[in-house]
Every structure is written in C-alpha cells, then in structure tokens.
Write a protein that binds this ligand. Structure first.
Ligand code: UDP
Ligand code: MG
Length: 325
C-alpha cells in the first residue's frame, strides 16, 4: 500500500488578490478537520496586482504555506505544472483560487484516494454563474474531443482533482510544451474515479478566460491529443478527386455524344475557388501541427521561477528526478 499521509493543495493564482484571503480561510478550516499532513502551495502566475504581497502575508502567518512565483504570466496550465513539480507529499490536490472548486469537498477526495484511487477528479453537475453560451460551447468541445481523440477526456471535468504520488511522478515525465492538462491527466491512466460536485460562482474578481482564450485552449486540446484533422485533409482530397473523376467522365461522354459548344465558365470558377479554399484549409491544418513541432523543437524550459519559498512545516522533500526550474 502506498503512503496516504501527506497532501499538498496546489492553487494557481493570477490577479486574485481579492479572492485569496477568503479562500485561504476556508482551506485552513478544512485542513484543521482533515486527518492528514496538509500543506498549501500557491503559485503566483505573474500577477499584476497585489497577489504576491497577499501570498507573502499568508505565508508569514501560516508555516504550512509554500509559495512559487513565476517570472511572468505563463498561463494556468504551466502554473499548475510548476506547482505539481514542486509537490513532495504523497498526493497533490489542485483547486482554483477563486473558490469555484469548494474546499469543503477535499475530505471526500481524500476518502476516495485512501480507498485506493490514484486520480480523483471533480465532475461539475451544475455550472452556476455561467451563460448558456459557455455551457453550449463547452458541451460541443467535449463532444468533438471524444470523436477526434483516442484519449477519452471525461466531460465537464476541470482541474479540481487529486493525484497520487505515482501519477505526479508520471506527469513529471511529460515535458511537452503544448500542455493540455485535462488530456495529460487522463493520458497517464492508473485508477481514476469521478466525484460529482456543484461548481460555485466566483468569490471575487473576474474570469481570466474569455472566449478567445477558450477557443485557443480548444485548439490546443485537439492538436495535442489528435492527428485526425491531418487525416481529414486526406479524406477531403480523396472525396474531391473521386467527384472530379466522375464529372470528367460525364464531360467526355457529353462531348462525344453532343459535340463541344464552349460553356461552363461559372462552373469552372466555382470549382477552382472551392478547391483553392480546401487547399488553404488543409495547409492551415498542417501549419498548426508544424508550428507546434517548431515550438517543441526549441526545447525551452516550460516555465521560469522568480521566487521559491517552500512551506516551513512541509514534509521533508523526497529527492526526485528532474523537475525543470
Ligand atoms: N489562472 C492562472 N493563470 C492564468 C489564468 C488563470 O493561474 O493565466 C488561474 C486563476 O487565478 C484561477 C484559475 O486559474 O485560480 C481559473 O481561472 P478563472 O477562474 O479565471 O477561469 P474560469 O473559472 O472562469 O474558467
Ligand atoms: Mg473561476
């Protein structure tokens, strides 16, 4: 049986000065009731407000608080990667800084973990405070992902999840730059279980994800976990070629049977423009993948830290392979 004593809560925060004190108070209450060695690791993702000062203040008053500060805003996926790289406990639990993932559920996650599950992921049953448009697009995204990718990413699952030591070690081996965390969490496998919960509205501040960022995240998810779009271009090409061949036969037959009066300029233009468009789309799809290959080939570090303050009361660090600094 692996150890299930110590637990680190990982919170990525970008401009969350208003929400953090309230969240921390709730975490403290939960940790007090929990039968485990708890610590909290806050990752400041290059905030431009007073988030870092607020975090320093929290750490000064609570020896279980560890802090990481990224050199700039790297985005939530990389902030989480940085946080998870620096967890030395038996498990890590990720939650949002804005209170949308209720800390009061942590004991339920821990209970499942102690039953022997390696990944316990929260599944949203309700999405309060979100527009129908966001719900609709989210549902569409999960459907497309399911269709395109062999990795079955669970629906309505955010980053609210607990991961055991061996899952953390597995995640550390995935150093790809284009990180779609939901996909990576699923990809590693092990014993996973879902925990349904009601997603609460934000405590304070505003969402950092507008539709453009969500759209980009969706493209990230698709290109990181599926090469079906590349194959789609082939199918469209084959389909167009078959159609063109059939039409060619018809034109030859017609010319032989009824002669060849000059006509067909509009249909010619339509075909040329349509195929031009299809070719550009196919090139664009190839470009998406090529661009990712290019970024990957540069082998840059995933993130850069500008400050690292481990929790004072945290369990002794286990010497690990190679978390990127
Ligand atoms: N976040 C981050 N870096 C970013 C954007 C967001 O660390 O560049 C954090 C943010 O502080 C919050 C979590 O990611 O803790 C979720 O962000 P948000 O609440 O804005 O997203 P939503 O819940 O609206 O999807
Ligand atoms: Mg939120």
């Amino acid at each position: 049986m692996p150890d299930t004593r110590s637990l680190t809560l990982v919170v990525a925060a970008f401009n969350e000065e208003a929400a953090l004190p309230a969240l921390h108070a709730r975490l403290v209450a939960v940790m007090a009731a929990l039968d485990a060695d708890c610590s909290v690791l806050y990752v400041d993702d290059g905030s431009r407000d007073r988030t870092w000062d607020v975090l320093l203040d929290l750490a000064a008053h609570d020896s279980r608080v560890g802090l990481l500060r990224l050199a700039r805003n790297f985005g939530k996926e990389l902030a989480l990667t940085a946080g998870l790289d620096h967890v030395h406990a038996d498990a890590a639990l990720v939650l949002d800084a804005d209170g949308q993932d209720p800390p009061e559920l942590i004991p339920a996650f821990v209970a499942k973990w102690r039953e022997g599950y390696d990944v316990v992921y929260g599944t949203r049953t309700r999405r309060d405070g979100e527009t129908w448009f966001k719900r609709f697009t989210a549902a569409g995204f999960y459907r497309v992902m399911q269709w395109l990718s062999p990795t079955d990413i669970p629906r309505d699952t955010g980053d609210f999840r607990l991961m055991s030591r061996r899952v953390l070690d597995a995640l550390r081996q995935l150093r790809e730059r284009q990180r779609f965390m939901k996909g990576l969490f699923t990809w590693v496998g092990f014993r996973q279980v879902s925990l349904p919960y009601d997603r609460a509205p934000r405590l304070a501040g505003s969402s950092k994800f507008n539709y453009w960022r969500l759209w980009n995240l969706a493209i990230e998810g698709i290109t990181s976990f599926s090469t079906v779009p590349l194959r789609l271009a082939t199918y469209v090409g084959v389909f167009a070629a078959i159609l063109a061949f059939g039409w060619g036969l018809w034109i030859i037959a017609r010319t032989v049977l009824w002669g060849d009066p000059v006509q067909g300029w509009p249909s010619l233009m339509t075909v040329v423009l349509f195929l031009g468009g299809v070719q550009l789309v196919a090139l664009g799809i190839i470009g998406e993948y090529l661009g990712r290959l290019y970024v990957e080939s540069k082998q840059r570090p995933l993130y850069l830290l500008s400050d690292l303050r481990p929790a004072q009361a945290a369990p002794a660090p286990v010497v690990q392979g190679h978390p990127a600094h």
